[in-house]
Write a protein that binds this ligand. Sequence first.
Ligand code: ZN
Length: 237
Amino acid sequence: MSSLLAIAAVCVTLTPAPAFAAQTPKKAPVDCEQVKCIALTFDDGPGKYAGTLLDTLKKYDAKATFFLEGQYVKSRPAYVKRMVAEGHEVGNHSYSHPDFTKSEAATIKSEIQKTQDEVKKAAGVEPKLLRPPYGMADLQVSDIAAEFGMPMVLWTAGSEDWKTKDVKAIQKQTLAVAQQNGIILMHDWVKQTVDGMPSLIKTLKNKGYHLVTVSEVIKKENLEPGDIYPVPAGWEK
Ligand SMILES: [Zn+2]
């Protein structure tokens, strides 16, 4: 692990400055090895309140990641199109949210493929990351994720929004678990999460966080298809 990190650090050091750096870019890219990044991730959507959430993210120039359920991509494709158009990341969270560790291989494959197809239809892109339902994976799930060319991304901490459904409690919990390169689990079907988002984003920004997509935060991990991050306790491959 430490030697891999060392190699990554060397690569970063040796990368020459791009020739176009002299021009004034519209916006400097965020380097999460240099600045404090955090990735807010919203599961099970697009949820009912995705439109309001997208308005807030746009207003505060924050990026997020949506791990989408194919069945809702199908019923709310306009939100997915907007997510992609506005620079957010979309990931695959199955079609109908079964526990993959209790599913047949054929079911898992079809759940993933159908969601890839719906997202492609809605927004013209295919998700590159998988978040298995409930964050539950095993070696079979890992092998199938690898077949699809996707690493699996879980979370470093949860907002517990689905449990508390309370604006203040969600903000308090999120700020308590916020950390550099943290990946926070939230839900855009929880109204209180979306209601409290303007104030939460302002507070995170005041604490120095850059709100970025999950791919920005995991870039340094160089995940391969089938890999899982963060690695759950007891995970062996
Ligand atoms: Zn879920």
